[in-house]
Design a protein around this ligand. Structure first.
Ligand SMILES: Nc1ncnc2c1ncn2[C@@H]1O[C@H](COP(=O)(O)OP(=O)(O)O)[C@@H](O)[C@H]1O
Ligand SMILES: [Mg+2]
Length: 430
């Protein structure tokens, strides 16, 4: 295999500079995960429970620069069977020789995969579930500079738009096709977790006390977090722009980069049939779209003092994420969701009532291979979790629907008996 000519910029020194996606996409509208089909619910193939946690790997594309030197990009490669091979050198104390590990995943994307191709392949199931009232979560995991923010938010050209804006466009495209028979309400919130502190990205002026609360039936939510109703795709992309801008400002004030914080952008879709006067067809699902901080280990970054503390807190969320995944895979009785803010908020997405998609972003260069192997191991464990996603439908409504059916049946029976009675009295008169 040829050695790629790529940038020599070390991956953990790349500062995320992703432009904010455009509010109004120019050019062709993005392709829908539902193809040219009508979005009528029955035309979409129902996802199976085995598809509730899916793991994809994206190997980062390198952009060559003027003063490029040759960089070996052969440390992470994959084949058509979606097996990823990572070749790395063991430390001297472990023999210092080359080791090759292989991992298999549901989806693997190489350096040339487009944002559109990734969205169409990965988001068909989450979108189909979300519009049917399921909870959905998508997050990217990987070291700083591996392309997480690029994958989730993308660039400013129509072809480089990332997963979050594409998913938002898709939600409103679906609403447009169903508006004649359903009423929809879409609300949006955005929260940042930095140093284990929560920050409302849609309201940065007032200092509010954001608190994670747990409701018996509705699950975990954040008290006092701004939740705004949106009517159009432009409304929602403007809020995404606001959230991304607030995150960047906060990062600058704290002399940090946004790659050290986690951002959770959440969309709640509430729907009900127009003809339904009792509210029994009401469905509600939440889609969490997450841009995580870099997963690199502190020993690799040489951090000290405040940076080390901050790193420890970032790692508290990420290491708890790892512990929760390990616990879920091992079938542990106690899963430590409460040990970090990230895992508490995403509790449903991990081993709960959610259809979850994880995209593991890795670099293919030799210099980053240890972090890449650690990301691949993490992704490999996550693959083994079994989630039990169910549609968010009020159980009271099931009983109510049964009673309505029974009522209809009894009315028909009464009408039938009355008709028979009338027929026999006519006969007796003749
Ligand atoms: N597939 C890609 N195509 C073009 N640019 C990319 C791609 N992946 C990453 N980049 C660029 O590389 C840099 C680091 O990526 P970023 O998404 O910020 O990494 P992370 O969020 O994992 O720290 C950014 O400048 C980003 O624009
Ligand atoms: Mg980032």
């Amino acid at each position: 295999m040829a050695i790629s000519k790529v940038s020599m910029e070390p991956i953990d020194h790349v500062v995320s500079a992703n432009p904010i996606p455009p509010t109004t996409p120019v050019g062709k509208p993005p392709k829908s995960v539902f193809g040219d089909r009508d979005h009528d619910d029955t035309s979409i193939t129902a996802p199976t429970s085995a598809e509730n946690i899916r793991v994809a790997v994206r190997i980062r594309q390198y952009i060559s620069k003027k003063d490029d030197k040759e960089v070996d990009c052969r440390s992470v490669v994959f084949n058509e069977a979606k097996t990823v091979f990572a070749t790395y050198r063991l430390p001297l104390q472990e023999g210092g020789k080359d080791e090759k590990r292989s991992f298999s995943f549901d989806h693997v994307f190489g350096q040339s995969a487009s944002q559109e191709a990734i969205f169409l392949e990965l988001f068909r199931i989450p979108m189909a579930k979300f519009i049917r009232g399921f909870n959905v979560c998508c997050f990217c995991y990987g070291q700083t500079g591996s392309g997480k923010t690029w994958t989730m938010l993308g660039g400013d050209k129509p072809e480089t738009v990332g997963m979050i804006p594409r998913a938002l466009t898709e939600i409103f495209a679906h609403i447009a096709t169903q508006k004649h028979k359903k009423e929809f309400k879409v609300t949006v919130s955005a929260v940042e977790i930095y140093n284990e502190q929560l920050k409302d990205l849609l309201n940065t002026t007032a200092a509010v006390d954001l608190r994670i609360i747990e409701h018996k039936t509705q699950g975990v939510s954040i008290k006092n977090l701004t939740n705004l109703t949106v009517e159009t795709v432009n409304d929602v992309t403007s809020l995404l722009e606001l959230a991304v801008a607030s995150r960047v400002v906060a990062a600058t004030q704290m002399n940090a980069t946004s790659s050290r914080s986690h951002m959770i952008f959440s969309v709640t879709l509430c729907q009900q049939d127009i003809a339904d006067e009792f509210g029994v067809t009401k469905l509600e699902g939440v889609m969490h779209l997450v841009d995580l901080a870099g997963s690199e280990r502190q020993s690799a970054t040489g951090a000290t003092g405040a940076t080390l503390k901050e790193g420890a807190n970032i790692n508290q969320s990420l290491s708890t994420l790892g512990n929760c995944i390990n616990g879920l895979v091992a079938g542990a009785a106690h899963i430590p969701y409460r040990d970090s803010k990230l895992t508490r908020i995403l509790q449903n997405a991990l081993g709960g009532n959610s259809s979850t998609l994880m995209i593991a972003n890795v670099s293919s260069t030799n210099a980053n291979v240890n972090e890449s192997v650690s990301t691949l191991r993490f992704a490999d464990r996550a693959k083994q979790i079994m989630n039990h996603a169910t549609v968010n439908f009020d159980p009271k409504n099931t009983k109510f629907l049964q009673l309505l059916e029974e009522n209809k049946r009894l009315l028909a029976r009464v009408q039938e008996l009355e008709a028979r009675k009338m027929k026999s009295s006519i006969c007796s008169l003749m």
